[in-house]
Design a protein around this ligand. Structure first.
Ligand code: 5GP
Length: 214
């Protein structure tokens, strides 16, 4: 029987390189993973497309999704709403795909509360100075937005230890491999292997308990 997919949440400071990491992970194992596309009220950046990076919605449209309970979680981040549409995630997991949510910390913790088997991964650059350098080198944000993101990073650092694993994104290829290995090892966790455990227990009991009783 096809094994149910793993739900993995990837968070990290804005500028940690999560987007590049996700693209590389999906490109290296296209059959294995499905990346959830979030809804947001922020405006598209240059080169972003509706339905590819995000579903770009008005505040009213987003609040409509909240009212319909169509989101697994949502949060406000630097003045905008961001949320994970429920239907796609559940369908893909049922089809055996490992689903990745690239979301911020408040959302990650809500997902873990709701689905305790979720694997929480936190991606960080090797240092705070490197984080600032990467944020500035994007060249797409105003100074205010960069400062907002650095302040937010300082707040988020307080919650890093609530995650299951920390991934240092220094060398992209190494980081992709580490992420893949961590997610795949989750298929071997006891909670993910409950059917196998039950079958082995039942078989051992049926076959051997009568032998021991003799
Ligand atoms: P950005 O505006 O840079 O694309 O994303 C800002 C932050 O929002 C990032 O930390 C990103 O991971 C997070 N984010 C993206 N989608 C979601 C979502 O569906 N839910 C939550 N809680 N955070 C999200």
């Amino acid at each position: 029987m096809a094994q149910k997919g793993i739900l993995a949440v990837v968070s990290g400071f804005s500028g940690a390189g999560k987007g590049t990491l996700m693209k590389a992970l999906l490109a290296s194992h296209p059959e294995q993973y499905a990346l959830s596309i979030s809804a947001t009220t922020r405006s598209p950046r240059a080169g972003e497309e509706h339905g590819r990076e995000y579903f770009f919605l008005s505040k009213e449209e987003f609040e409509g999704l909240i009212a319909q309970d169509a989101l697994i979680e949502y949060a406000r981040y630097v003045g905008n709403y961001y949320g994970t549409p429920r239907a796609y995630v559940l369908e893909q997991m049922a089809a055996g795909k490992d689903v990745i949510l690239e979301i911020e910390i408040q959302g990650a913790l809500k997902v873990k509360e709701r689905f305790p088997d979720t694997l929480l991964l936190f991606v960080t650059p090797p240092s705070a100075a490197e984080l600032e350098r990467r944020l500035r080198s994007r060249g797409t944000e105003t100074e205010d937005v960069i400062r907002g993101r650095l302040c937010r990073a300082a707040e988020e650092a307080a919650c890093m230890d609530r995650y299951d694993y920390i991934l240092v994104n220094d060398d992209l290829d190494i980081c992709v491999k580490e992420m893949h290995d961590l997610i795949q090892s989750q298929h071997r966790s006891t909670s993910g292997s409950q059917e196998l455990i039950d079958a082995i227990k039942a078989e051992l009991n049926n076959t051997y308990s009568s032998v021991l009783q003799k």
